[in-house]
Design a protein around this ligand. Structure first.
Ligand SMILES: [Zn+2]
Length: 165
């Protein structure tokens, strides 16, 4: 059920990206406003380059990560689905956000390390999308990393809520 609820806005955002809307449109809804604040400039610096890319599909879980709207404590608290924004996967007491998940959470360091070794470079919030846009291999490596982690987070969330997988 949760998946169905969040699927619509995330898909809308994916389409929004792909249609190449600029940051000045769709500012009337809170989702788009918070999305812009969160990531549009930081992750997708060059919207034209993003929309005209020849490779790379944006699936449901990748969209969750790009938008920060998904299985993140910070987002779930914001929409009233969780009482705390804190990350469950480490003991740092940090908010569970898209950035924390990939780049700050000690529980996810090994996964990042594997990606960085494979691509032979350091990945961070400010270059991750640029690296994905460089080529198919980079896109595939990074999107598989993100999709894998988002899937795990979603399953852990279901487990905490006592749902059947
Ligand atoms: Zn953490």
């Amino acid at each position: 059920m949760y998946q169905n609820i969040s699927y619509i806005p995330t898909l809308a955002l994916a389409n929004w990206f792909d249609q190449g809307h600029t940051t000045t449109t769709h500012t009337h809804t809170p989702v788009f406003r918070s999305f812009q604040k969160y990531s549009i400039r930081r992750l997708i610096k060059d919207v034209k380059k993003w929309t005209s890319r020849k490779h790379g599909t944006v699936g449901y879980r990748l969209t969750q990560w790009l938008t920060g709207h998904g299985s993140f404590g910070a987002y779930r608290r914001k929409i009233g689905k969780s009482e705390t924004a804190t990350c469950y996967h480490c003991d740092r007491g940090q908010d569970d956000t898209a950035e924390h998940t990939l780049f700050r959470c000690p529980a996810r360091l090994a996964a990042r390390d594997r990606v960085e070794r494979k691509l032979r470079r350091i990945i961070h919030m400010d270059n991750i999308v640029d690296v994905m846009l460089e080529g198919e291999e980079q896109w595939k490596t990074i999107s598989e990393w993100i999709e894998g982690i988002m899937k795990e987070k979603e399953e852990e969330e279901w487990r905490r809520e006592g749902r059947r997988l």
